[in-house]
Design a protein around this ligand. Structure first.
Ligand code: MN
Length: 135
């Protein structure tokens, strides 16, 4: 069975595109529109990976990541930030809250699935943190 991915994203068009691209490759996509909803779904459904928008209304992606990484049963789930937040330092902020991966919007339909799959390896390869790595 292919992996299930939780997508936490408030923008309809981004949700639609990411879901379309991943479902086409056989992945199961769970969708949440807010941070609190995403946390609830993560705890209930234990996805294999979480795609996390940083710019969410109310509870932002950094706060969501901190909550996920402080929950014993959830902290091993890889998180990939998907953000257009192009300010200097946001990769460092991702890393600081434990986010493993970092992809920039707009999503590139040609490479998006492969980019996500880099972070989906077996648990032994879960430290495959190319983008949001050290420093
Ligand atoms: Mn957003």
């Amino acid at each position: 069975m292919k992996a299930s991915l939780l997508l936490i994203e408030d923008n309809f068009h981004n949700r639609y595109l990411a879901t379309f691209l991943l479902e086409r490759q056989g992945y199961e996509i769970l969708q949440a529109e807010t941070g609190p909803q995403g946390l609830e779904m993560a705890a209930k459904l234990l996805p294999d990976l979480i795609l996390l928008d940083i710019q969410l209304p109310g509870m932002d992606g950094y706060a969501v990541a901190r909550a996920l990484k402080s929950a014993p049963q959830l902290k091993s789930i890889p998180i990939v930030a998907v953000t257009s937040y192009a300010m200097a330092g946001d990769r460092e902020k991702c890393s600081a809250v434990g986010i493993e991966g970092y992809l920039e919007k707009p999503l590139n339909p040609e490479t998006f699935v492969a980019d996500v799959e880099q972070f989906l390896g077996p648990p032994a390869k879960a430290n495959n943190d190319a983008a949001c790595a050290d420093r």
